[in-house]
Design a protein. Structure first.
Length: 367
């Protein structure tokens, strides 16, 4: 059953958009588009724009219209150009409702559950791994699993495990397995330990560790094998995400690198989760859209002609201290969006790529 979709177009993101940024309409952008159930502003903007994060400049609302536009599946959106040659959209309702032109002014309107969102959580939830990053100091403070009621490892629901610290009765806890240490390739500093979510459970026994009595967790959801030594962490905001991700372009000065993929692959593409070596300390925020770039292979001038540095002789490499005779360009590969931010690290979902991304690819503000 088709549900009514209310499209509330606000320009609350305008402070993040430079007036100097020009909209680039896709070469294959249609002149009209018919709204479908489940569409998001990001979906529709991507159809028309080469830079979907500049969506507020394309979606323009006429402030003289007191009621918000009601967009239904089947309604038609048309791409037109104003007297200055600037692109904008025109809505033609599928019913007998009148059409309106959207012009660039701010309109305040309360949020509604039926509004078309930029990117709802449900769209990307299947691709988000609820894994985490903790410092060595944090891991030392967490309780540990010491054993189970059956005396063996298990990954089944209803299994009971025992913990070496007191827990709050009836509270839900996450169980993590310690993974690899994440090292910043630029500074060689430790950014923390990547931990895998193993299971969740509810405390059915608070324990009394002063009397050497462990707490008891009843596993409610097991993803993989629970082992002695796994960390027990209260379920908190670190495992929660906003219901809607409002996107904006990262700051122009931003620059970082992809340092890990949760798939542990060497190459990764659209809708895969990656980790960046930038976080709160670098003003990264949830919803930041960033470009993925890659430095082209370096080239040396040799007596026999140009050669890639990695294929050149040791002598030729020694004669070129900088590693390249040319300032090779960084090529644009695609975009990603940050959905979780830590102190020095953030996690992001790849939105699109022209070719597979790799570890150590450069992350910058989108073009």
């Amino acid at each position: 059953m088709l549900k009514k979709i209310m499209l509330i177009l606000t320009l609350f993101a305008c402070p993040f958009i430079s007036l100097a940024e020009q909209l680039k309409i896709n070469d294959d952008a249609p002149t009209t588009y018919i709204v479908k159930k489940g569409d998001t502003l990001w979906d529709i903007s991507s159809i028309f724009l080469n830079q979907p994060w500049l969506w507020p400049k394309l979606w323009r609302l006429n402030p003289e219209i007191k009621n918000p536009h009601l967009i239904y599946p089947g309604d038609t959106i048309s791409l037109i150009f104003d007297e200055n040659g600037e692109p904008q959209l025109l809505l033609k309702a599928s019913s007998s409702k009148p059409s309106y032109k959207w012009s660039p002014k701010i309109r305040k309107k309360n949020k509604a559950d039926t509004a078309i969102k930029l990117l709802p959580l449900k769209v990307i939830a299947p691709y988000i791994k609820y894994d985490h990053l903790f410092s060595a100091e944090q891991l030392e403070q967490f309780p540990h699993v010491i054993g189970s009621d059956e005396g063996y490892r298990s990954s089944i629901n209803g299994f009971k495990v025992y913990v070496d610290k007191d827990l709050s009765l009836s509270k839900t806890y996450a169980i993590y397995n310690k993974g690899e240490e994440i090292i910043d390739p630029e500074t060689d500093e430790s950014l923390g330990f990547y931990v895998d979510l193993v299971a969740t459970g509810q405390a059915v026994g608070s324990g009394n560790i002063e009397d050497d009595t462990p707490a008891t967790l009843k596993v409610s959801t097991a993803k993989r094998e629970i082992r002695s030594g796994d960390y027990v962490v209260p379920v908190h905001e670190g495992q929660m995400f906003p219901s809607v991700f409002t996107m904006k372009a990262a700051d122009k000065s931003f620059r970082g690198s992809i340092i890990k993929a949760t798939s542990n692959g060497r190459e990764f593409g659209k809708l895969e989760v990656v980790m960046l070596n930038r976080g709160f300390e670098d003003d990264v925020t949830i919803g930041d859209v960033m470009a993925i770039k890659r430095l082209s292979p370096s080239v040396l001038k040799t007596r026999t002609g140009p050669e890639y540095t990695e294929e050149a002789t040791l002598w030729d490499r020694l004669l070129t201290p900088n590693g390249s005779s040319y300032k090779m360009p960084e090529e644009y590969l695609g975009e990603l969006m940050v959905f979780k931010v830590y102190q020095q690290v953030s996690m992001a979902l790849i939105l699109r790529t022209e070719k597979p991304a790799r570890l150590n690819d450069v992350i910058t503000a989108p073009e």
